[in-house]
Design a protein around this ligand. Structure first.
Ligand code: PGA
Length: 253
């Protein structure tokens, strides 16, 4: 089994002080003997403060988004190079909130994926179908298009820098989780797609996280599935007690 990977996506939440306090509690709760990779994604404004708090801990720093250009006249945008400078090791790309609220296309997300990898950072690519797409039997078509188009031009040699997060849009922030069976069916399909896209070895290395209303009480059943390697957690990552309980339950502690 791949080592469990738990990522907390704080979205548009937490002032600098609140983010530092939450990060401090996570540092205290995740001890180096725990066989888990943990990363947290605060808002941009709190990256520097959180970086200081987690500096000598095993917790990694992630950004929630980036712009695909390295520098230039792009008011309000942040490049992967600047995120690396700010101490990030991971960048989340293609989150459904950005796809839907900001109309981000697979093509634009592909540029971001390549920019993140080209800046020696690790990308967490989110994919997922809407409820309408699922009900119309289009889940696998949508996912295969997202994966293919978002990884266009990305070689298998960088697979160590890639994580995929399956986040069914209908399960994000709604309290509706995909059942472990539903999630496993899709993860298995995605693993197969990665195999076709990058070749066998890469598809074994690339972690596939599940996201969408993951909580301390459903993480263990999800992780028991062979192709679910961890979770991208929104709501339950905003309180240290919940996030730490989720990590402990992921490890069966
Ligand atoms: P949620 O969010 O855990 O609050 O459903 C998950 C995500 O959007 O990454």
């Amino acid at each position: 089994m791949r080592r469990p990977f738990i990522a907390g996506n704080w979205k548009l939440n937490k002032s600098i002080d609140a983010a530092s306090a939450l990060a401090q509690k996570i540092v205290e709760g995740v001890t180096p003997d725990m066989e888990v990779d943990v990363t947290i994604a605060p808002p941009f404004t709190a990256l520097a403060a959180v970086r200081e708090v987690i500096e000598s801990s095993p917790i990694a720093l992630a950004a929630q988004n980036c712009y695909p250009e390295a520098r230039g006249a792009f008011t309000g945008e942040v490049s992967p190079l600047l995120l690396r400078d700010a101490g990030c090791q991971y960048v989340i790309v293609g989150h459904s909130e950005r796809r839907h609220l900001l109309n981000e296309s697979n093509d634009f997300i592909n540029r971001k994926v390549r920019a993140v990898i080209g800046s020696d950072l690790h990308v967490i690519l989110c994919v997922g179908e809407t409820l309408e797409e699922r009900e119309n039997g289009k889940t696998f078509n949508v996912l295969s298009k997202q994966l293919k188009e978002c990884f266009l031009g990305v070689p298998a040699s960088v697979s160590q820098q890639i994580t995929v997060a399956y986040e069914p849009v209908w399960a994000i922030g709604t309290g509706k989780t995909a059942t472990p069976d539903q999630a496993q069916e899709v993860h298995c399909f995605l693993r197969d797609m990665l195999d076709r896209n990058f070749g066998g070895e890469a598809s074994k290395i690339i972690p596939i996280l599940y996201g969408g209303s993951v909580k301390p009480d459903n993480i263990a059943a999800l992780l028991a599935e062979p192709d679910i390697d961890g979770a991208l957690v929104g709501g339950a990552s905003l309180k240290a007690e919940d996030f730490l309980a989720l990590i402990r339950n992921a490890l069966g502690m």
